[in-house]
Design a protein around this ligand. Structure first.
Ligand SMILES: O=C(O)c1cc(=O)[nH]c(=O)n1[C@@H]1O[C@H](COP(=O)(O)O)[C@@H](O)[C@H]1O
Length: 225
């Protein structure tokens, strides 16, 4: 069943990743593969995961000069990822180059402010304003650069959706009601709230992958949506 949940398969082990893909298949809309998996298994590993039949979200969070990002994306062409991340903080020219370099069927989304950061992190970096202001500025830039959407926390997604109705909104930092400590995530909402507020895709990792029964965990979350 296709749905909004992309399960973050954060492991360096291909066999573990494949086992998780099988376990979550009936309730997940796709698989998100990030740096941990990619650095360990490369493009071949991504191809092996794509054989499972679920769309692949390749989360490499590219952040470099325009030429380097464009060439890095061209090198990923054979993988045809459904979604690909770059950092919106990489600047207008970099975002434009990234969109131009990606296949038309790949959604290129800009990471605004990581969900592991809060006001204190912005202050320390000398960035003025609130997380909402910062996400807003980067979202305006991502839209102007022609990206398909952004990555933001569930705390900002409603406001961003309001001003960019046909944008594609990826929301990580999602924790089911009553799941306790949110670990390294600082800007957190429930899956239901993120979806109600306009998320196109929910990225959920450890609440599913670290559960004793990942299939039951994803089924339980899907039932709340
Ligand atoms: O781009 C992402 O997917 C991402 C952006 C962000 O701001 N925060 C964030 O947590 N992520 C990713 O979303 C996943 C969240 O995992 P859990 O915290 O285990 O649910 C990880 O794979 C992160 O790399």
């Amino acid at each position: 069943m296709a749905g909004p949940i992309y399960v973050a398969i954060d492991t360096p082990r291909l066999d573990t990743a494949q086992g998780l893909a099988v376990a979550v298949k009936s309730h997940a809309g796709g698989l998100k593969l990030g740096l941990e998996f990619f650095n360990a298994n490369g493009k071949d590993g991504v191809r092996r995961m794509a054989e499972r039949g679920l769309p692949i979200f390749l989360d490499l969070k590219l952040h470099d000069i325009p030429n380097t990002v464009a060439k890095a994306i061209e090198a990923l062409h054979p993988l045809h990822p459904r979604i690909l991340t770059i950092h919106a903080g990489g600047g207008m020219e970099m975002m434009k180059a990234a969109r131009a370099a990606a296949p038309a069927e790949t959604k290129v989304v800009g990471v605004t402010m990581l969900t592991s950061l809060d006001q204190d992190d912005l202050d320390r970096a000398g960035i003025k304003g609130s997380p909402a202001d910062y996400v807003n500025r980067l979202t305006d830039n991502a839209r102007e650069a022609g990206l398909d959407g952004i990555v933001c926390s569930g705390l900002e997604v409603a406001a961003m959706k309001k001003q960019w109705n046909d944008g594609f909104f990826v929301v990580p930092g999602v924790r089911p009601e009553g799941s306790g400590a949110s670990g390294d995530q600082k800007r957190v909402v429930t899956p239901r709230q993120a979806l109600d507020d306009g998320a196109s895709v929910l990225v959920i990792g450890r609440p599913i992958t670290a559960a004793e029964d990942p299939n039951a965990a994803v089924a339980e979350i899907a039932a709340t949506l």
